[in-house]
Design a protein around this ligand. Structure first.
Ligand SMILES: Cc1cc2nc3c(=O)[nH]c(=O)nc-3n(C[C@H](O)[C@H](O)[C@H](O)COP(=O)(O)O)c2cc1C
Length: 326
């Protein structure tokens, strides 16, 4: 196992970029510790959303942060070597990461790292993605195919998915615990976590997106009117096996999909509302023919001249990264 010592500043910058990863309700349920030349990633139990039973969404979020870390370190000139679940007695310890110097940092490595800063979860309608075949080719090269699979929803199956999305809302109508969590994570305060108002959409905008989670709506007007209804392509990321390692891997694949899409100039929106319930998850599974769907992604085009909303907040790196010098 390589044990290259990395300057603290490089680690700090890379972790800071890794924490730009998407997370469920922007809860950022992760914690990083540097010890003995290795960087360790943990799920932070206190930050798992109360209604995330089984911590599945937290695990997907940590997987996304892990892939973001790889991308950030590659742009800094280091290859990451990941040991998954290195401590069988502690399933919160999801990875130990060591590094070795890379022979060359390519333009591709830099573009992917730049995409971390420009990516956003976009909940507005999209125009159809341009150059889909080229994007799909690049995306398939980037995903973690040993633990996850990505399927593209066909036009015929799209309407069933939209019905399933609506069914999720109906199933949640009387779920007080879920709605309380939603209120908590979308409360309009200036904080370092949660989903800010600027990332949410109005009722009229939400009505034009047939596959999406119902968040509290804003009083803003209607953007992207010229696009009409959403015409995104929807991807489903499924785990190959029902084990933590593969769910984490779906998070890594989610990151790879989002960053490749961003590099290709495409807009994205991550979705798990349909995979959180057994009933609706089973419908998604029947559509893809894979039993373990974990996360969906809407992919499409946002108008080039659109005003870009501010990026969502993150906890300061000093809160999430610790150097164990003892
Ligand atoms: C596991 C997971 C599940 C998510 N589920 C949804 C969802 O159902 N609907 C949605 O609009 N965004 C969803 N998101 C996106 C997060 O809300 C978003 O990543 C977070 O608020 C940070 O914002 P950003 O992605 O713009 O940086 C999810 C993200 C992750 C990682």
């Amino acid at each position: 196992m390589p044990t290259t010592m990395i300057p603290a500043k490089v680690i700090e910058d890379a972790v800071s970029l890794a924490c730009r990863a998407p997370s469920y309700f922007n809860a950022q349920p992760w914690c990083w510790i540097v010890e003995g030349g290795e960087l360790h990633l943990f799920v932070e139990a206190d930050r798992v959303v109360a209604t995330d039973y089984g911590s599945r969404q937290a695990l997907i979020s940590c997987g996304a942060a892990l892939d973001h870390l790889r991308v950030a370190m590659a742009a800094a000139g280091y290859e990451a070597h990941v040991d998954y679940y290195p401590n069988p007695g502690n399933h919160k310890h999801v990875a130990s990461i060591s590094f070795s110097p890379m022979s060359f940092v390519t333009e591709g490595h830099r573009r992917r790292a730049d995409a971390i800063m420009s990516r956003r979860t976009d909940r507005l309608p999209f125009a159809p993605a341009a150059d889909w075949d080229e994007f799909e080719l690049m995306m398939r090269k980037a995903i973690y195919a040993d633990v996850s699979a990505v399927d593209v929803i066909s036009d015929q199956d799209r309407s069933e998915l939209a019905e399933t999305s609506a069914l999720t809302d109906a199933l949640r109508l009387y779920d007080s615990a879920y709605h309380a969590e939603m209120q908590r994570w979308t409360a309009p305060y200036e904080v370092s976590d949660g989903i800010p108002q600027s990332a949410l959409v109005s009722a009229a905008e939400s009505d034009r997106v047939d596959v999406g989670r119902s968040f509290p709506v804003t009083n803003d007007g209607e953007r992207r009117v010229q696009l009409g209804d959403d015409r995104s392509t929807i991807l489903v990321v499924s785990a190959l096996d029902d084990v933590r390692r593969d769910v984490l891997g779906c998070g890594e694949t989610l990151s790879a999909v989002l960053l490749e899409a961003t590099v290709a100039g495409l807009a994205t929106c991550t979705l798990t509302h349909m995979t959180e319930f057994a009933a609706t998850r089973d419908i998604v599974a029947a559509i893809t023919g894979r039993p373990l769907p974990q996360v969906l992604v809407r992919v499409g085009m946002a108008p080039a001249l659109d005003e870009v909303p501010p990026s969502t907040p993150r906890r300061p790196v000093s809160e999430v990264l610790h150097f164990d010098v003892g």
